[in-house]
Design a protein around this ligand. Sequence first.
Ligand SMILES: [Zn+2]
Length: 350
Amino acid sequence: MNSGKKTIHRDELDQTLNREDPLAYVRRTGRDTLEERFRAFANALPRTDDGGLDPALLCDRPCPLCACRDSEELFTKYGFPIHACDRCGFEFARPMLDPDRELTPADREWTERMAADHLAFITKSFYRDCATRRFEYELQQVLSLIETLPSRPAFLEVGSSIGLGLSVAARYGFEVVGVEPDRGAADWAERYGFEVHRDYFRADLFPDRKFDVVMTLDVLEHVPDPVGFLREIRKVLKPGGLVLVQVPNAGALITWLEGSRNQIYNGLIHLNYFDPASLNRTALTAGLNPRRTTSFLSELGKILAFDRDHIREVIARHRPDLVDGFELHQDWINDSGLGYKVLGIYAEPE
Ligand SMILES: [Zn+2]
């Protein structure tokens, strides 16, 4: 069913490969201002006398992958401690903002303003073009692992945002449905005529339906219980169906170089920090079999701003097995699993 569609190469998605101005994309997307806004929100949260976050806002969590209660604080970001599990090494926010906390008016106002700003950005044609191409690349990755599909295969996107992924999957012949809790984004997708459930994903949204392909992009890092989340997705997968999970990569070369400054570390909204190995471990714990795990978006243009000896040292520290073959090239970075996005494709056991 892929015939007639141009195969997308991952380099086409890698904005920092623009040698003349590798950071043009960051400016164009307004990402350079996000840091400041998150910091302002965190600073406005109620504090104790010693400057810590008010414990009434927070809830503790063990390691979301292995349930170990012992972990070590690595650093704080926006006042939220980022920990590594003593047993399995997984990095996660601990404690986290209590999802059941009572929202203050300021809390609610900020959340609405961030959602509105985000929507204004993701509906820009520049962003829509990039995101559509990226989605098509990922769908092609899934399709390359499927030999035969039914004549009208069923597709679900969890976190379907403004419906760009749904429109690509529909173009590829799928019957599509989305789940999206953000009102503004769901409105947009419905304007395209797509069926969207305005909710957080639960399997019981689909009591009578199963899907051949489920995709969830940039969602798993936000959910308090990523294993439970993938178990819910399994319940709506057909036998032999595939799930594609995309997350930002805490084991990316650019993440190692930037450390706590990297935008992946954001205890306010990102609770889990995956790398390719821990994403596979999450899926396996949920009962899904890894079929392909890759990375893309090398961020090479940003990496080249660092001193080469320093880059080598950082790789040696994190992955001594990789340092001998080290090459400052996007293929080496992506193929070594060090690109900024991890893409994992998982199968429901037959
Ligand atoms: Zn653990």
